[in-house]
Write a protein that binds this ligand. Structure first.
Ligand SMILES: Nc1ncnc2c1ncn2[C@@H]1O[C@H](COP(=O)(O)OP(=O)(O)OP(=O)(O)O)[C@@H](O)[C@H]1O
Length: 274
């Protein structure tokens, strides 16, 4: 775990938010509502009865030790591995049965732990393809107006993820941190309503981590994100709320400071049992 040492000793042990059930009544301003979401692989319940609510515009981290079920939860939300029980609502709509692509069309995006970039293409072309891929006109490559709008959107993204100065470089020549910035840019194509970031700081140098924090703290206010991140220095700095998972279940929800000072969370991150 990258930043265990950054967890300070608890001022006092205390109970943070209750794990069971959505924390409050459903509201139309909720971006993502999970109720009893479970994903089994044979006898293993990788995600077990998870309920949580992410408000529109909210930035949330999901923490947990290796194997806690974080990525499986992301896969359930995106539909890559749909839940075996429970429901998922996205801006009030039940999307539990929808295909991954239908969820993308509704404004859900994700990044992956491993890179999905086209390494031989330029930074600009990768972003252009991402823009075209989520566009309503994605099959009309030859229509000048659609092409013009996509080029403008591509330029916006280049600037937003601070890669305009290397727009025409091939991805294969980029530093690792720049590639992760580009992945974030691609997830931002098409004005998403919620992005799931899967360990964006993995493998980054300290300087690249600072750049990542800048990017994550400058995300549009109305857009939500959910972040899986082992680097607690980053995770606790860029979100308003934290959900901690353990053995597939929600252990607790809380603010970054509540979670940082929680004895039970510390025990898990130190590799202890609770
Ligand atoms: N496709 C799969 N088939 C079988 N078991 C799986 C599959 N995907 C995940 N698992 C199991 O589910 C459990 C949770 O895995 P998951 O990858 O969701 O954890 P995680 O919290 O994301 O871990 P990490 O921090 O290491 O990425 C693990 O025991 C894992 O082996």
């Amino acid at each position: 775990m990258a930043s265990i040492s950054t967890l300070r000793p608890p001022a006092r042990a205390h109970t943070v938010g209750a794990p069971a059930g959505p924390a409050r009544p459903l509201a139309s301003s909720d971006a993502l509502v999970l109720e009893g979401v479970t994903r089994s692989f044979g006898a293993l319940r990788a995600v077990d009865d998870v309920s949580l609510v992410v408000a529109a515009g909210e930035k949330r981290a999901i923490l947990g030790a290796n194997g806690a079920g974080k990525t499986t939860l992301f896969n359930a939300i995106t539909g890559d591995f749909p839940p075996t029980a429970g429901t998922i609502r996205f801006f009030g709509e039940d999307v539990t049965e929808l295909s991954p692509f239908e969820r993308i069309r509704k404004g859900l995006r994700r990044t992956y732990q491993s890179s999905l970039l086209f390494r031989d293409l330029s930074v600009r072309d990768n972003l252009f393809l991402a823009v075209r891929g989520v566009s309503n006109n994605r099959y009309s490559f030859l229509r000048p107006s659609a092409r013009h709008a996509s080029r403008a959107a591509t330029q916006d993204l280049l600037e937003r993820v601070r890669l305009a100065h290397i727009a025409d470089e091939p991805v294969s020549s980029l530093a690792h941190g720049q590639q992760r910035q580009l992945e974030i840019g691609m997830a931002l194509a098409g004005a998403p309503r919620l992005i799931l970031f899967d360990e964006p700081a993995a493998g980054l140098s300290p300087a690249e981590r600072r750049e990542l924090v800048l990017l994550l703290t400058s995300m549009p206010a109305h857009m939500s994100f959910v972040l899986i991140e082992h680097d607690l220095d980053i995770a606790l700095r860029v979100v308003e709320k934290v959900t901690v998972m353990h053995n597939g279940r929600v252990l607790k929800h809380g603010t970054p400071s509540e979670i940082e000072n929680d004895a039970q969370v510390q025990a898990i991150y130190m590799g202890g049992k609770h």
